[in-house]
Design a protein around this ligand. Structure first.
Ligand code: HEM
Length: 146
């Protein structure tokens, strides 16, 4: 039962994170005003909350749920997934810092600033499918090592 609850929570959170990321990419457009900066920055808070919960629920699944830590710690796709998630996390830092700075300084970003941050968001969106592929592979026992 714990396995099922964690699996459902994991999927909801993963969809939520992708939704937040995609919303940021759609809303961050050239010519946005301060009100939109503030809105995107509020949405970005949910990015942090969702990502934090994914880490907690994800590691709870890996340690306490069906297959156990021994299974995942000896799986290359598990580590590839964790590594990709970490890279996405690092890529999310720059947009977050910009949103906070723009909001604090009451600054509407110019085209160059918007383009710069959009590149970081796009890179995350493009890496996301890798997580799904690695997750499916690890769940089916591919990439086991001793
Ligand atoms: C945004 C990041 C993540 C995405 C998109 C993601 C995606 C997925 C998906 C789609 C599955 C189902 C795989 C399947 O049954 O075919 C899954 C399972 C799983 N994920 Fe994640 N995940 C993410 C982050 C994490 C993190 C940080 C952990 C931490 C350890 C984790 C641990 C697990 C575990 C243990 C399973 C169960 C696999 C199994 O059934 O054997 N995930 N993930």
């Amino acid at each position: 039962m714990l396995d099922l609850i964690l699996a459902v929570a994991h999927h909801i959170l993963v969809f939520g994170l992708f939704g937040v990321l995609f919303a940021e990419l759609l809303l961050l457009r050239r010519g946005i005003d301060i009100a939109m900066v503030s809105r995107i920055s509020s949405i970005d808070l949910w990015y942090g909350i969702t990502a934090g919960l994914i880490i907690i629920v994800g590691f709870s699944r890996a340690v306490f749920a069906a297959k156990g830590w021994d299974y995942y710690s000896h799986n290359a796709f598990f580590w590839a997934k964790i590594g990709t998630f970490a890279v996405i996390g690092v890529l999310s830092a720059w947009p977050t810092m910009c949103f906070l700075r723009w909001r604090r300084q009451n600054h509407a970003p110019d085209d160059a600033e918007v383009g710069d941050v959009r590149r970081f968001l796009l890179a995350q969106v493009l890496l996301f499918p890798l997580l799904l592929a690695f997750a499916a592979a690890m769940a089916r026992g591919y990439g086991e090592f001793t």
